[in-house]
Every structure is written in structure tokens, then in C-alpha cells.
Write a new protein. Structure first.
Lengths: 283, 294
């Protein structure tokens, strides 16, 4: 029938829109970063100079790539024990109870807090506490940003690993219990090994999320265009430098920021693809 | 499994102690995990509630000087964030209008053609889109809309960046919801000779309606608090603006402006409280709908 063909055509068309949007994004990012790469070549990626002075303009993305990776890895490491414990609380110790429901809701609420509110809280509450512990640079820097990022990725990491842990077949666990294993032995000898690749994938996806966080990091990392030389040093991430410098950018500087956006797009895309691939292979 | 293999009274006691220690550790760390949400909400309410009033919802912000005068007299800062509220509503509504039809129809396409190459490609691309940082979407909307369509910062550009953000979420939730309805319902309609488009409009969408709504509301609640892409696209405005080709404010943009202005900084808490309330209300509503349908 004719109307069926039209309907199918409309369905097909809308899926083309998604592909078109994605293709257009890559095209625009590449096109926008051409001047930067033309001027600096591949040096753009490994140069650590960021000099916007007129006539002596020179831009390199290394400080921001380094800042992004360092803060995200630190955030992942900080959030790991917390989110993993929370997922054991939800998926093993108190599975299906009222306590799990309360904890689960509160963890979900963390995902609902806008990035800028995390930034404000980090600035006005967390930073003074860290200063009182003797943190240098007015409390700004990689460590403070990582701490906030860690809190921000907790809900993703928790719900992903909780999902995977809940998928471990009961028979496996019951077999271990019937041999006299304690709960913690079941968790570390049965649940974790069975769910390992899924849990790892969950943390990879959370890492991908941390890479692109902007506002909270911008407000806390100190915005120095240098490669962080210690855990407490100030720095800048790829996302935060775009947010910070975009307002006054044009010409070569704008192109450099777009090039950083392209690199960020590629890095997060690859990390997400790896995470999704592992999860797909599991199920 | 070394630990499981031998049971003697002595190592049983050690193992029980170890087991209890792990349990205490898990509970302690779980409590630490949720403490930030309590602390954040407490801070927002404690510092923000005094500023919330009817005026706060219907007036625009004061200028720096007015705020400074009020501060030095020890009064509350006058005015409100009406320009932000209207801007947020305008841009989010426009983003929803763009993203919902495309997202839902694509979701239906994926559900109807599960094994096809193009469907798999679309699904994977949509998954990758979901992981794109919001600031990059801001750059994209800047290049597409600000540079080429509105020739300046605009609400439309903001909406486009938010719409690209919502799109994959809606696609995903539509497909997942449709997968849960029984094939037989659709087949029954088709067997009666109902045209395909009517099957979609009269059968597929109504039976999965609450699921679709949940996905859409969650998508909206995710973009409601977005700041970074709007800084690159909508820019901000001191007046209430409803023209989608003009720069427009939004609640998160106002929070950013207040944060950067020492005289206005008191307004950040009440604005954040309002923004959080909007996000949480949408979250709760969508969870309630999801719970009812299960």
C-alpha cells in the first residue's frame, strides 16, 4: 500500500537525521579546526604553549589534554571505592529492601544536580575545608576538581555496576553459599569475577563522562594554562579551557578551541565505544 | 577458592570477623557516598530560602549598583530571575519540540528493523552522540546556528544544542519501551488491515505512551541545568526575551553571572535552589509515571 511506503520512508528519514547530525558534527569540527592544524600542524597536540598575544599567537593543546586525563583518572580512583560499595549495598547486602530504595534514590538525586551547582558547592563549601587542611593555591587545582568530579560520576558508576552485579545468576552464588562461603567471600570470589568485565565497562563509561564535565571543573581547577606538575597544582581541562576562553575568541584562537573540541569529541567517543563494546559482548 | 575449601573452628572465626569487617566497610562507604547530596541540598535551602518570594519569580535581576546598595543597607537583594525562568522554559520547550518527533520516530524505526545494518549503525551513532560532552554540542550549535542562521547569539542556538543532547536519550528510551509491548497487539492491528501509520499512531504510541513520557521528561530534566552549551550559544540577556533569534538568559546562565559578580553573589543560592527544585520535580514525576506502569 502507498501509505505504508510513505510511513516507512518517514521512519527511515528520521534515522538519517541522526546520522546526518553526527556526520555534520564531525564535518564542522574538522572544518573549524583546519586553520589551527594548518598553522601548528601536529605540534598542536603535543605543544604546551598557549600564547594569545597578538602577532605571537601560538597554541598547543597538551596542557589541557594532560589536565583532562589527570583529573578524570583521579576522579575515577576516588569514586571507585565509594560507588562500588554503594553498588554492593544496593545489589548484594540490602537488595530489594527499603534501605536500598532510600540509598538508591539518594544516589539518583546526585545525578540530577546541575554541574554549575556542584561547582558552587565545591567553591563555597569544599574549597574552604581543603584550605584548612593546607591545600595550596587557595584550594583551587586538580585535586579539588577531581574530588567534585568523583562525586559527579558516582551515580553513573553505581547504577552501572549495580546493574551488572544484579545480573550474576543466583545459582552461582547459592552454590558458593552451600559450600559454606561467607557473604564477603561470595562477593570477592564469585560475584566480582563473574561481573568483572561489565564492572570495568561501567567504570570506563563513567570515565568518559568525567572527561567532558565543564562547569564544576572550570570553577575549581584554577584555570592555569600549564601542565599540572603535581596533584595539587592548578591546571585546565579541554572542556574548561573552551568555556573559559571562548568569550573573547576569534580567528586562530577560536579555531584552536574548536580543535580542542574535536580532540575532546574523539577521546570521549573512543572511550565510550570501548565501554559500550565490552557491555555488548557480555550480553 | 582456597578460602572456602577448609572449615576449622579457628579459621571460621577469622572468616566471620573478616566478613563483618567488609560489611561495615561497605555500609560506611555507602553512607559517605550519599552524604554530598544531603550537604548540597542543606546548603541550598539554608542559604537560598530567604530570597525566594513571588517577586523572585516575576522580576528581573537588579543591576550591580542596586544590589550593592541593598547589600550595604543590610537588605535582601531586590528583583528576581524572571528572565532566566522564561528563557529556560523557552529554550527547553523549543529543544523538546525539535528532539521529540525525531527521537520518537527514530526509536520506532530501530524497533521495527532490529537486525538491519542501517538500524545498527543508527543505534551505535546515537549511543556515541549520548556521550558527547555538552560543551562540544555548544561549539556545534555556535558554528551551525550562531554563525549561519541567526547571525548572533540566540535562543534558537541554545535550543539546538539542548535538542542534540536530548535526542539520543529519547531514541534509546523509545526503543526500550517499545520492546516491552507484546508483538501480538501490533500483529492484531496489522491483520485487521489497518494502515501502517495508523498502527503506529493508534497502537504503538498509545500502548507505550507512559514509557515515552518518562524518557522525554528524564531527557528534559537532564538538559534543564546545562550551563556550558548555553554560554556558547544563548549568551544571556538582562531582560525577558521571547524572540528565538535574540540572545536569551536561562537560570543556569544567571547563576554563572551572579557567581562572577561580587555584589550579586547572594542570589546564586536561591537561583540554584529553584533550578534544583525544577530538575528534581521532573525527575520525581517521571519516576512516578514509570513506577505506575510497571
Amino acid at each position: 500500500m502507498n501509505s505504508d511506503k510513505i510511513t516507512k520512508g518517514v521512519l527511515l528519514l528520521s534515522s538519517f537525521i541522526i546520522l546526518l547530525v553526527a556526520g555534520g558534527m564531525i564535518y564542522s569540527l574538522v572544518q573549524g579546526s583546519v586553520p589551527a592544524f594548518k598553522n601548528f600542524g601536529f605540534k598542536f597536540i603535543y605543544s604546551n604553549i598557549w600564547n594569545p598575544t597578538d602577532g605571537k599567537e601560538n597554541y598547543g593543546a597538551l596542557p589541557f589534554i594532560a589536565g583532562t586525563i589527570v583529573t578524570s583518572i583521579a576522579a575515577l580512583l576516588i569514586s571507585l571505592p565509594l560507588s562500588f560499595s554503594a553498588s554492593l549495598f544496593l545489589g548484594e547486602y540490602y537488595r530489594g529492601t527499603k534501605m536500598a530504595k532510600v540509598l538508591g534514590t539518594m544516589v539518583d538525586l546526585l545525578a540530577g544536580i546541575p554541574s554549575i551547582v556542584y561547582g558552587l558547592w565545591g567553591f563555597y563549601v569544599l574549597r574552604p575545608v581543603l584550605i584548612s587542611f593546607g591545600l595550596p593555591n587557595q584550594g583551587f587545582g586538580v585535586f579539588t576538581a577531581s574530588l567534585i568530579l568523583a562525586i559527579m560520576i558516582i551515580p553513573y558508576a553505581t547504577s552501572l555496576s549495580n546493574e551488572i552485579i544484579s545480573m550474576v545468576p543466583n545459582e552461582l552464588k547459592e552454590a558458593a553459599y552451600s559450600l559454606g562461603a561467607t557473604k564477603s567471600e561470595v562477593i570477592f570470589n564469585v560475584v566480582v569475577p563473574t561481573a568483572r568485565s561489565g564492572i570495568i565497562a561501567g567504570y570506563i563509561l563513567s570515565f568518559g563522562r568525567a572527561l567532558g564535565e565543564t562547569m564544576a571543573v572550570t570553577m575549581l581547577i584554577g584555570n592555569a594554562n600549564i601542565i599540572p606538575n603535581s596533584f595539587f597544582s592548578t591546571g585546565n581541562t579541554m572542556a574548561s579551557v573552551i568555556a573559559n576562553q571562548f568569550g573573547e575568541a576569534e580567528g586562530l584562537k577560536l579555531s584552536s578551541l574548536i580543535a580542542i573540541g574535536l580532540l575532546l569529541f574523539l577521546i570521549t567517543g573512543i572511550i565510550n565505544a570501548i565501554g559500550k563494546f565490552i557491555i555488548k559482548k557480555m550480553s | 577458592m582456597e578460602a572456602v575449601s577448609k572449615i576449622t573452628a579457628k579459621n571460621l572465626r577469622n572468616r566471620t570477623i573478616k566478613d563483618n569487617m567488609v560489611k561495615v566497610l561497605v555500609i560506611t562507604l555507602s553512607v559517605i557516598t550519599i552524604s554530598p547530596i544531603v550537604l548540597i541540598i542543606y546548603k541550598l535551602v539554608a542559604k537560598g530560602i530567604k530570597q525566594i518570594s513571588f517577586d523572585f519569580l516575576i522580576k528581573t535581576p537588579p543591576d550591580t549598583f542596586e544590589a550593592m546598595t541593598a547589600l550595604s543597607n543590610g537588605e535582601l537583594i531586590p528583583g528576581g530571575i524572571a528572565n532566566g525562568i522564561t528563557g529556560t522554559l523557552l529554550m527547553v520547550a523549543l529543544a523538546a519540540v525539535i528532539a521529540i518527533p525525531v527521537g520518537v520516530i527514530t526509536g520506532i524505526y530501530l524497533y521495527e528493523n532490529p537486525g538491519k545494518f542501517l538500524a545498527n549503525l543508527t543505534r551505535n551513532v546515537s549511543d556515541i552522540l549520548q556521550g558527547v560532552p555538552s560543551i562540544v554540542l555548544g561549539l556545534i550549535a555556535y558554528m551551525w546556528v550562531v554563525k549561519n542562521i541567526t547571525n548572533g547569539f540566540s535562543a534558537l542556538a541554545g535550543s539546538v544544542s539542548l535538542a542534540i543532547m536530548m535526542l539520543p536519550m529519547i531514541v534509546r528510551s523509545t526503543e526500550e519501551t517499545l520492546k516491552m509491548i507484546p508483538q501480538t497487539i501490533k500483529e492484531a492491528a496489522l491483520a485487521l488491515g489497518v494502515p501502517y501509520y495508523k498502527v503506529i499512531i493508534r497502537v504503538l504510541i498509545p500502548t507505550s505512551f507512559s514509557g515515552l513520557l518518562t524518557g522525554i521528561l528524564l531527557g528534559i530534566s537532564r538538559v534543564l541545568g546545562e550551563t556550558a552549551p548555553l554560554m556558547l550559544t544563548a549568551l544571556g540577556s538582562t531582560i525577558i526575551n521571547l524572540d528565538i533569534t535574540k540572545p536569551t538568559s536561562a537560570v543556569p546562565l544567571l547563576i554563572w553571572e551572579f557567581y562572577n559578580d561580587p555584589n550579586m553573589v547572594d542570589l546564586i543560592w536561591s537561583s540554584s535552589l529553584l533550578l534544583m527544585a525544577m530538575v528534581l520535580a521532573l525527575n520525581l514525576i517521571s519516576k512516578r509515571i514509570a513506577a505506575q506502569t510497571k
